[in-house]
Design a protein around this ligand. Sequence first.
Ligand code: HEM
Length: 461
Amino acid sequence: MSGTGTTEDASTSKSISKSKVTLDDQNTQNGSDTQENNFLTPELVQVHKKLSPRMKRHYDRFESNQERIAFLNAIMLEREQGVIFYNLQEKYGELFEIYLGSDRKIWLGNASLVEKIHNPSTKTKFPIRTISEGLDEMGVTTKGIAFNNDLVVWKFNRRIISSTIMVPSFLRQFVNESEKVFQEFENYLINLTKENNNYVLNFPDWSTRFFADAISLASIGKPAYMMATQYNRLVPKYLRSLNSKSGLYQFEEFLDRLRLWLKSIHFFYFVPRFVRHYIPPMNFLYKNPEKKAKVYAEIDNIFKGDKTRPVTYDDIEKLVYVEAAAKESSRLMPIVPSVFKRAINDVMIGGLNWKSGQEFFVHQHYIHHNKSHWPNPKEFIPERFLGDTNKIEKNSFIPFGGGIRQCPGRHLGMIGIKTFIALLFRKYDVSLEDPKAPLKKVYTLANECHELKLYIRPRKD
Ligand code: HEM
C-alpha cells in the first residue's frame, strides 16, 4: 500500500487487501478501440454517446484528449458513482485509497474496519463528516445537523431532533397521522382506477410523497400536499384535488409553509433527501412469492381480516417479519450506499496509522454484500434478521450509519415503512406490472429507484 498510512500491526494488515487506485483504472481496464474517439475506453464512449447537445458542444471545445477524458470521467462519476466505487472495492479489496483531484479518500468495505468510526462515545475521533469549502459556501457547516462541523451547535440541534422524533409518543402519533395520509392516498387511487381496473401506478412517485406528507403532518402539524400535487399532475383539471387549491389560497399556503419551514429548519435541514428515496421492499417481495406470502400472513394474523379498524403503534410493533423484510431490503439496497467521516486525530485503522484530517468512506453497500459477513449476500432472506440476531456481526448491517452521527430518524424510518406496508397489504393485492423487468434505479450518492410499476387492487379475500 502506498501513501502515508504506515503498517504497525502486520497481522491485521495481512488479512486485508489494500491498493491504491485512480479513476483512470476504471477506464483503462478494458482498453478502448472505437473509431470516433479511439483514446476513450468503452465506458467513456458510452458516456460520450449520451451527452446532451449542449454538453457535446462543451466537450468539443476542449483542446486536449486529457481534458476530454477528465470531463467524461467527471460525468460518469456523477451518474454512476455508486457502481464505480462498488466495482473498485471489489477489485482492490476491503481497504483501498483513491485520489479525487488532490484529495485522498480511503474506502472501507469490512465491518471490522469501521469499528473506530462507529464509536458511539462523544470522545470519538470521528465527530464530523468532512471539511469542504463548497459546503462552507452553502452555509451548511455551521447550521442544521447533517453537515454541521460546529459541534456545539450540532449537539444542540441534534438534541432537539432526538427529543422530538425518537420518543415513543411521537412515533405513536406518526402511526396515526400515517393512517390519515393513507386514506388520502386511497382516495386518489380509487379515482385513478375508477375507469381502468388495469391502472398501473408508478410506486416511487407515491411512496416517497406518502412519507413526506406523513412526516410533515406528524412533525409540524400540516400536510405538505405532496400526494395532492402528484395526483393533480395525472388527472384533467376538473378532477384535481382541492387539497392543492389555486391562486391566492395556494400562495398564502405557500408563505405559511415557508414560515413553518424556516422555523423548523433545524429539524428539516437535509433530512428529506434520505426519506425521499426510500422504496419499501416491494420489488424484493414480488420476486420472492414465498416471502411475500409470509408478509401477508403476518399482517392477516394481526388484523384478522379487519381492513378498516385504526392501525395502532402496538400492531406495528408486532410486525416482526415485515420488519425483517424491510431490513433485508435495506441490506440489499441501502438508500445511502456510503457515508464519509473525517478523523480529527491520528488514528490506526486496518493496521495502518492515519494522520488527523484523513477522510474515510464507510462503504455500507459493499459491507452489506461482503461474503465474510453475509452468506449468499445477493439473496433476499429476511430470516437473517429473525431469531438470534447476536450472530449478525457488529457493524455489518448499517443502513442508518453509526457512531455519534448515526441517523436520528432510524426508528421513525422503520415505523414508517412498516406502517405503510401494513396499511397497504391488509386491504390490497399488489403486483408488479412486469415481474421480469429489472428494477430501474440510479445508484449515485443515494440509491434511488425512480420506476416501479404496480397494480394495486382491492383484496377479494
Ligand atoms: C429509511 C429511512 C432513512 C435512512 C436509510 C437514513 C439513513 C441515514 C444515514 C446513513 C445517515 C448518516 C449516518 C452516519 O453519518 O453514520 C443519516 C443521517 C441523518 N438522518 Fe437519516 N435516514 C432515514 C430516515 C431519516 C428520517 C425519517 C429522518 C428525520 C426525520 C432522518 C434524519 C437524519 C439526520 C438529521 C441525519 C444527520 C445526523 C447527524 O449528522 O448527526 N433520517 N440517515
